[in-house]
Design a protein around this ligand. Structure first.
Ligand SMILES: Cc1cc2nc3c(=O)[nH]c(=O)nc-3n(C[C@H](O)[C@H](O)[C@H](O)COP(=O)(O)O)c2cc1C
Length: 318
């Protein structure tokens, strides 16, 4: 399970970075995979309001958002955003990223596509600022509510710290460490008891992502399902996203991961190998084999393969 931290300050070793690191450290200690991104490290154009995303579900601006950031947001079960107050709002690079989540909003609310992790994904906010202002976090609270709705997460609340100005101020705060750890435990612990299910396949471009998505949609409170390839492709198969969309499942921005990306102890996971032939596993150990027609055959019915996988996933719970 991925916990994604978004560190919104341009100061990489500032107060926000410190506050967020408490959450991320607690998440890692509970066994979650953790990734922290600094929007200032990425090419993020501001939204130019082309509104094309409302029809296509993708952004015409080609920068790091679609290739690097959406895939992380889509893979994450917990997203925690940290930000300093800059004129009662977020620093511009973080705000640019927030505005660019409009395509994710469009996929859900205009195209009626359901991201299979959405029912489980949770968002939290960690804020701070220099002043004592009573209303310092009111704008953030609203912004985060709508940002997380677009990102496909339920907004679980925030912690805000006042009178934090110079680097090092946050680290001296008497209760922050305990407050943040308590919230991290509350959000993450419940998910760490799920059974880890690994769908292994040859290139992870069709069978694996579909199986993981069906599992999360049907039984994401019981399983934490992910897919990995023995020899991962660069991109998913061109038929996967449109065919799954016909079933109402959104696999936009999914990238095929290789087995080396598995986080944790692979022996603790149940491993299902999916493919047309067991030899495709290349000696890799697994617990169960699901045989499917070869989806790369010219005349194969891809939709029928997806239905077969869906049926097998339903059988997991029987
Ligand atoms: C451009 C700018 C605008 C700021 N605006 C506010 C503000 O509106 N309210 C506030 O309380 N602090 C404001 N601050 C102070 C920062 O929020 C504060 O110094 C914070 O600790 C910086 O966090 P960091 O170390 O993570 O960057 C502002 C700072 C800058 C540089």
């Amino acid at each position: 399970m991925l916990v994604l931290g978004i560190q919104g300050s341009p100061r990489k070793k500032g107060n926000t970075a410190h506050l967020l690191s408490i959450f991320m450290k607690a998440a890692a200690e509970m066994g979650a995979e953790t990734i922290t991104i600094n929007p200032y490290d990425y090419k993020i154009s501001p939204c130019l309001e082309y509104t094309a995303c409302e029809k296509t579900g993708t952004c015409p601006i080609k920068d790091d958002v679609e290739t690097l950031i959406y895939p992380l947001m889509r893979r994450a079960t917990i997203i925690v955003t940290g930000s300093p107050a800059f004129f009662y709002s977020a620093p511009s690079q973080l705000k640019a990223l927030i505005d660019r989540t409009q395509p994710l909003w469009s996929r859900k609310y205009r195209l009626n596509l359901d991201d299979p992790i959405r029912p489980f994904r949770k968002g939290f906010f960690l804020g701070l600022g220099a002043t004592k202002g009573k209303r310092l976090f009111e704008g953030f609270d609203l912004m985060m509510r709508y940002f997380y709705d677009a990102a496909g997460a339920s907004y679980e609340g925030m912690l805000g710290y006042r009178e934090i100005e110079k680097p090092g101020d946050m680290a001296k705060h008497p209760t922050a460490e305990n407050d943040v750890r308590t919230e991290a435990e509350r959000l993450i612990r419940q998910y760490m008891t799920r059974l880890r299910l690994v769908f292994l396949c040859r290139d992870n471009s069709f069978l694996g992502p579909a199986a993981a998505a069906f599992t999360m949609k049907e039984a994401g409170c019981v399983y934490d399902a992910e897919s990995f390839g023995i020899n991962p492709s660069e991109k998913v198969h061109s038929g996967l996203v449109p065919l799954m969309a016909e079933k109402g499942i959104d696999l936009g921005f999914v990238n095929p991961a290789g087995i080396e990306k598995f986080h944790g102890d692979i022996n603790s996971a149940m491993k299902i190998f999916i493919g047309s032939n067991e030899s495709e596993a290349d000696g890799f150990k697994y617990d169960v084999f699901w045989k499917t027609p070869d989806y790369k055959d010219q005349d194969v019915n891809l939709d029928a393969i997806l239905d077969l996988i869906s049926e097998k996933v339903s059988g997991l719970n029987k």
